[in-house]
Design a protein around this ligand. Sequence first.
Ligand SMILES: [Zn+2]
Ligand SMILES: [Zn+2]
Length: 95
Amino acid sequence: MVDELFEVFEDLFERRGKKKKDKKAQGNEAAVAAPPPAPPIHCISCGARNEGAAKFCLECGELLPSPGEEFRCVKCETTLPLKAKFCPRCGARAG
Ligand SMILES: [Zn+2]
Ligand SMILES: [Zn+2]
């Protein structure tokens, strides 16, 4: 019985030590792992390539289309923001 108790205690201490180590390792992994990159967005005004997370064009300040706030041109399938009235590529009326 006593031996068993000791074994249980040893096991507990071992687990605690491992847990601490695991936590540290996980933290490092999380810091290294980058979030999945969002697809780049091309400005409808000047065509500049912007990061997927960008909301405004880095070149001209135009509001960029963001997921859920965009639609595609019926003619050329260019992605347009909801406020667009005409497609900048082909001139088709949008909306
Ligand atoms: Zn732009
Ligand atoms: Zn178009």
